[in-house]
Design a protein around this ligand. Structure first.
Ligand code: G3P
Length: 225
């Protein structure tokens, strides 16, 4: 299992990406919009500096034709680094670009996936990750669980190296379902993950343990005994 943060917010990435077991960062133009008019390459260089090279960084193209997508992919890899995963929406033009870029060994995350056929074609085009949009599919009455299961089944049946990177989550229940259905990787907003620790019972358990220790041994930590 791998968890990524779906954010371009430097403050949140700095605060949590190395504390929590996070495997990378995903973004798209709508996520970038939340940060205002950023200095694009400097912003991603900063994110890379924070997360290092072991974590994956997924940056989405902003154009729609095969030629333009390919130009953007080269610019992203030249000006950030060549380990970046290029996020490409699965359209006819997007699939053409994926096929071309894979010939040059680009890392590709095929995104904006709402249908099984988009996912199947992205696997066949050679995408490293496919990103089904869990919540957006549910909004359209498309069965996200069944779609992810179909992707997992196709990957194992036909031996694709593609992994499912499920995205577009609004709560932890959806994240857990995507994992149970076979998504090896999920990307979610840090606020959704942090919600999982907000249960009062967790804070009470931690406080009770500390109070019992202080009552029994004193207000001293083990390393100071
Ligand atoms: O990574 C794709 C994802 O960000 C889309 O999520 O919340 O806009 O449906 P959302």
């Amino acid at each position: 299992m791998k968890y990524l943060f779906d954010t371009a917010n430097i403050e949140l990435i700095e605060k949590y990406a190395n504390k929590l077991p996070i495997a990378g960062i995903t973004t798209n133009p709508s996520i970038i919009k939340k940060e205002g008019k950023i200095d694009f390459f400097a912003h991603f260089a900063k994110i890379r500096e924070i997360i290092g090279r072991e974590k994956s960084l997924h940056v989405q193209v902003t154009t729609n034709t095969e030629e333009e997508i390919i130009c953007e992919a080269y610019a992203i890899c030249d000006r950030i680094d060549k380990d970046v995963y290029i996020k490409i929406p699965v359209t006819v033009e997007g699939l053409a670009a994926i096929k071309e870029l894979k010939k040059d060994n680009f890392h590709i995350t095929a995104t904006a996936i709402y249908t099984k056929m988009q996912g199947f074609l992205a696997m066949e085009a050679g995408a490293d990750f496919i990103a089904p949009y869990y919540n957006r599919m549910q909004n359209l009455d498309i069965n996200s669980d069944e779609t992810i299961m179909a992707f997992a089944d196709a990957i194992s049946r036909y031996n694709y190296s593609t992994q499912i990177l499920a995205a577009s989550f609004k709560n932890m229940g959806q994240v857990n379902r995507a994992i149970e259905c076979g998504a090896q990787t999920v990307t979610l907003g840090p606020e959704i993950m942090l919600d999982a620790f907000k249960m009062p019972s967790i804070a009470k358990a931690v406080n009770d343990f500390h109070a019992d220790w202080v009552k029994t041994i004193g207000d001293i930590s083990i390393d100071k005994l």
